[in-house]
Design a protein. Structure first.
Lengths: 435, 230
């Protein structure tokens, strides 16, 4: 029987191919939607995983998460710099680090922060060392720049037509390990440098530690006189910008007098501390969020979008199913003679039912298997493209639910395959032979 | 070896005023070789379909060795035909993509009747009908060779009756004669009853009895004529 089916399929290869492709494409569409949606959910959840508590100035919680976790550029309101100092001193806080946005370099966002965050983000560096001076930068794993390279920060992004800062050129000192988050595409620089470039020096801070800067500039100007001069010249041209010295030592004491900040990442010591801190910083001028929670709300909205996509995919599958029914009915019409002959020469009806059913089911099953493979590959490609632009790793994985989907599709195929089998059963062999 | 007894058979098709086939009484002895002739539309094909159980009838009795196949269910008729009737058709109804031997064995295999003995018989039958390459693909054979394969298939399960519907009509004269010889020889060798529907006067002339159909009725029967003459 198997040989007969195989030779039959060989004979009708063109039609069989069309059926397989039709089923494969419809299945792939559905599978891809499901996988992609899951990848998006898993990827963003994992990306947010490292961010326990984010504190920002009052405003949109979602925007705060999108900006801090996914590094989506957007102007965030600033909160007073003293919040950072308060948090750093809080005994419930393991560590707290500022996140300053705004600049970019060839499409990579430049994030001003401290060595603490840089160290904790990926659990160490893949190569090089962490920034130790204002003019040094650490790049994320996915940034296509090499160690020692120069980074000329641009205000805003290239699309927005931002102007290049000429006050400071960063040198790449190290590279982070991959984290699978948007931060893989980030260029981390000392927040102090960002402040200096943007002329956001806190008065107190300057008064308190001004001598350190002077001392540092004094020594460094000998070694890197050229850069220093350049920085100095630009400083004159842009009066509104602050002084930036690439060789200035870092001051991360996080005093209460730090300039305004868009976001602070907080690592609380315990879960209880996390809830207490969130409660505390929710009032007044600041907003405190668990990124995971904000994302959950976002998914609730995304869930509806997924429903629509799934509905569209199901619609496509229903269309394919309908066209398959049509194909089979026509197919059976064409095979009446063959079926009639089989019966006339003594094949039992059960065997004919089996042949027609198996043949059709085989085609649809192959199509479904192929569709799963195609959907998987498509999801991989889409995820890869998305990861490339966002830096967020999008894991494409099958789960137990997908077995259910495959089972449902196969069950449907089994019923569909029975249709021509039943049709084949319903005619007398003499009628079939006359056809 | 099967004998056939038909009683009060009427086959009518919707839309036709006169029945396609109406036989009051017809007996064919076991082991006899009968030619059925008649013009197109005279009811020959309907006769083959009815006696082979390919078409069912509600009126009349068709008894093979006393078993009335008119009363059988569809599947029982299929089983009966598979076990007792060897069919040879004008359009061979062989399956492309399969070899000669696979074609001979296919119905038996599908019915789960392909024992070692049956397979061996399949090989032997191909030799008997004069085909030396059982593995040859059917689509590469000449029409005469194809009809020999079909004869091999018909005889595989040692049917009590061989029914051939225009077995030579789509062959050239030479192949036709060879196929006619084979049918006659094998029917005698196997001890099967042979019913051949044919336009071919030479083939019909070589059989023991000739029944001629006209407008769905038996217009002439050489056995009856002989009986009257006697």
């Amino acid at each position: 029987m198997i040989r007969f089916i195989l030779s039959d399929l060989r004979r009708l290869w063109a039609g069989s191919l069309v059926v397989v492709l039709l089923v494969a494409l419809a299945t792939a569409l559905g599978v891809c939607v499901v996988l992609q949606e899951r990848a998006l959910r898993l990827g963003s959840a994992r990306a947010a995983d490292k961010f326990d508590l984010v504190i920002g100035a009052g405003g949109s919680e979602t925007q705060l998460v999108l900006s801090s976790v996914f590094l989506q550029p957007s102007p965030l309101p600033l909160m007073p710099g003293e919040v950072l100092g308060k948090l750093a001193a809080d005994p419930r806080v393991d560590w707290a680090a500022p996140i300053g946005f705004g600049d970019s370099f060839s499409g990579y966002p430049i994030i001003g922060t401290t060595t603490t965050l840089t160290q904790n983000l990926s659990g160490g560096l893949a190569e090089g060392k962490i920034f130790a001076r204002e003019g040094e930068a650490v790049i994320g794993a996915a940034v296509k720049l090499s160690l020692g390279g120069e980074i000329k920060p641009m205000h805003g992004s290239l699309e927005e037509g931002g102007e290049t800062h000429t006050e400071l050129v960063y040198h790449i000192a190290g590279r982070l390990r991959p984290t699978g988050t948007a931060w893989d595409r980030a260029i981390l620089v000392p927040i102090q440098a960002v402040w200096h470039i943007h002329g956001m020096e806190a008065e107190e801070h300057e008064e308190d530690s001004g001598h350190e800067h002077e001392a540092a500039s004094g020594t460094d100007s000998v070694e890197h006189g050229h850069e220093h001069e350049k920085a100095g010249a630009d400083h004159d041209g842009h009066g509104h910008h602050g002084k930036a010295d690439p060789d200035a030592a870092l001051d991360e004491t996080l005093t209460a007098g730090a300039p305004g900040l868009p976001a602070i990442l907080v690592k609380p010591k315990t879960i209880a501390d996390a809830y207490k801190l969130r409660q505390e910083y929710r009032s007044g001028n600041t907003v405190a969020v668990f990124p995971g929670e904000v994302l959950t709300n976002l998914y609730a909205t995304l869930g509806d979008a997924k429903q629509i996509l799934v509905a569209v995919a199901s619609g496509a599958q229903a269309l394919v199913a309908a066209s398959l029914v049509l194909v089979t009915v026509i197919h059976i019409g064409q095979r009446r003679r063959q079926i009639g002959a089989l019966r006339a020469f003594g094949a039992p009806r059960g065997a004919i039912f089996g042949i027609v059913w198996l043949e059709f089911f085989f085609l649809v099953a192959v199509g479904i298997a192929l569709g799963f493979a195609l959907g998987y590959v498509a999801a991989l490609i889409l995820s890869g493209m998305f990861s490339q632009t966002s830096g967020v790793a999008m894991p494409v994985v099958f789960t137990r639910e997908d077995v259910g989907l495959a089972a449902v599709l196969l069950a449907f195929a089994a019923i569909l395959a029975a249709l021509p089998a039943v049709l084949a059963y319903r005619q007398s062999p003499a009628q079939a032979l006359r056809a | 070896m099967l004998s056939l007894d038909i009683e009060n058979l009427t086959v009518a098709f919707p839309g036709l005023s006169s029945p396609a086939l109406a036989i009051g009484r017809l007996s064919i002895d076991a082991g006899s070789r009968v030619a059925i002739t008649g013009a197109s539309g005279s009811g020959k094909s309907t006769f083959v379909n009815i006696v082979a159980g390919l078409e069912r009838t509600r009126q009349g009795r068709i008894r093979w060795n006393g078993e009335d196949i008119a009363s059988f269910s569809e599947s029982r008729r299929d089983r009966f035909r598979a076990a007792n009737i060897g069919l040879v058709m004008q359009e061979f109804h062989l399956f492309h993509g399969l070899s000669a031997l696979e074609n001979v064995l296919l119905p038996a295999r599908l019915a789960g009747a392909a024992t070692v003995d049956v397979i061996e018989r399949g090989h032997a039958l191909l030799g008997t009908v004069g085909l030396s390459r059982p593995g040859q693909k059917i689509e590469t054979m000449s029409r005469g060779e194809m009809q020999r394969v079909a004869i091999g298939r018909a005889l595989l399960r040692k049917p009590g009756v061989i029914i051939a519907d225009e077995p030579t009509a789509s062959l050239d004269a030479e192949s036709g004669e060879a196929v006619g010889d084979l049918l006659l020889d094998l029917a005698i060798a196997e001890g099967s009853t042979l019913i051949v529907v044919s336009h071919d006067q030479r083939l019909a002339g070589r059989l023991d009895r000739r029944i001629t159909f006209g407008s769905g009725r038996i217009s002439e029967d050489s056995a009856a004529a002989a009986g009257e003459a006697a």
